[in-house]
Unconditional design. Sequence first.
Length: 196
Amino acid sequence: MHDLNDTILVQKIRDGDEKAFREIYDRYHVQLYYIAKKYVKIPEQAEDAVQDIFVKLWTKRDRLDESKSIKGFLFTMLRNHVLNILRDNKKEIISIADLNQGQYPRCTLTEDEMLYKEYHDILEQGMAELSDRKREIFELRTLKGHTNSEVADLLKINIRTVKTHYYLSSKFIRTYLKKNAGLFGILILFGLIAVI
């Protein structure tokens, strides 16, 4: 199984192959754990988050699309899970504080949408500062979920060029987001930077 690429493993997972599932787990669980731990801070909570992601992967295996990056799919699920954990913890903290003060918080979907749009605009501004080629590679990797080799094939360039441009553009975007969007903004846009 070690020599099989992700696409073949995803096909096998869809067919219920537990060994293929284990191989995907072995390939990505450590990366997912360290990313989760970076944001939720508590090791046990980070481990639980990763386990939850893989349980969801197995239970929803029939919906997997082998034409899309399994790594991107896992990181997107992790992003959503981490955001839910942070949101729930934030609600709990706000509820305790507001009950102590006799107030009740109000948060509308419109406010959330406006906040997301604001952070997304910051990301767009950062991407606009990249060269055309770096931006194209960054978008193909992060927004479309393509692998380095897929991007190289699509753009008809060397895979080393893809890796170099992606590394440099990811580093720039991560720094740009830290500077302009803060930690919460980075978490909201987590899916775009999780693979860095």
